[in-house]
Design a binder for this molecule. Structure first.
Ligand SMILES: Nc1ncnc2c1ncn2[C@@H]1O[C@H](COP(=O)(O)OP(=O)(O)OP(=O)(O)O)[C@@H](O)[C@H]1O
Length: 253
């Protein structure tokens, strides 16, 4: 079942074609990896899928409804977005920052309560930040901030999670933990990634090049040397790890 769909998105910024006829469907519990060179349109596509960037033509459908016509609160109850350079100037604690994820669910009849505290604690625990609740946001390292953003998105209890290069700033252990976390959520995830070995963990991979979606499908079919060579301008070799038979990519200029 498709929960999020881009239909023929075209988006220009100045003279640049940032999205050029991009169509894409995301299934209910599918992890879709978005890969492509710098400037190929991954962030813009994610912003469009989140309803934050309006395409010149084409539509984004969330549960079959045009996202541009949905109230932001309704979108936020279904979909959470973690931007690449998310930051905040506010003076916040870690729990306060993660708690922002509850905003779409709160109103006069449903004020903040113990269940919200429990969700914040759970979100922070899932990203390995239990015990950090009272720390000042400003005192966190780059990787810790990134993990708070991901916790905030989990606290939002979305059915669709959009992540723009979430492994930036993370050390290798936390990168692997994050991939385990997002592939185990059982919700729809679209994740922009630069590490093609990480993309192998996705159910499907979509490859962007100069604003176009040039191929999409299972990682072992889509990620092949000729395509990677063409899109990234490198030489790519697929090796097999003798320990477990899994594919491993190696690259040369
Ligand atoms: N306001 C703008 N004016 C002109 N060009 C823009 C504007 N916004 C984005 N672009 C261009 O659109 C292209 C796509 O940008 P985008 O950030 O979506 O790429 P990306 O694939 O996420 O890149 P990266 O891997 O570097 O994060 C880039 O060439 C960028 O310079």
């Amino acid at each position: 079942m498709t929960v999020l769909e881009a239909r023929a998105l075209h988006l220009r910024r100045g003279r640049a074609r940032v999205l050029d006829d991009v169509s894409l469907r995301v299934g209910r519990a599918e992890v879709l990896g978005l890969v492509g060179p710098n400037g190929s349109g991954k962030s813009t596509l994610l912003r469009a899928l989140a309803g934050l960037a309006r395409a010149d033509t084409g539509r984004v459908l969330l549960d079959g409804r045009d996202i541009a016509r949905m109230p932001r609160r309704a979108v936020a109850r279904r979909l959470a977005f973690v931007a690449q350079f998310a930051d905040t100037a506010d003076r916040l604690t870690v729990a306060g920052a993660a708690g922002l994820g509850r905003i779409p669910w709160l109103d006069r009849d449903n004020p903040w309560g113990p269940a919200d505290d429990a969700r914040v604690a759970d979100g922070l625990a899932r990203v390995g930040l239990a015990g950090m609740e009272d720390r000042d946001w400003a005192s966190l390292s780059g990787g810790e901030r990134q993990r708070v953003h991901i916790a905030r998105a989990l606290v939002q209890a979305p059915q669709i999670l959009l992540l723009d290069e979430p492994t930036n700033h993370l050390d290798i252990r936390h990168q692997l933990q994050l991939l385990d976390l997002v592939t185990g959520l059982g919700i729809a995830v679209v994740i922009a990634l630069h590490d093609l070995n990480h993309a192998l963990r996705c159910d499907r991979v979509a490859v962007m090049q100069a604003g176009r979606l040039v191929r999409a499908g299972p990682p072992d079919r889509v990620l092949e040397p000729a395509l990677l060579g063409r899109v990234f301008g490198i030489r790519a070799h697929r090796l097999t790890d003798p320990a477990d038979g899994q594919a491993v990519w190696r690259f040369q200029p």
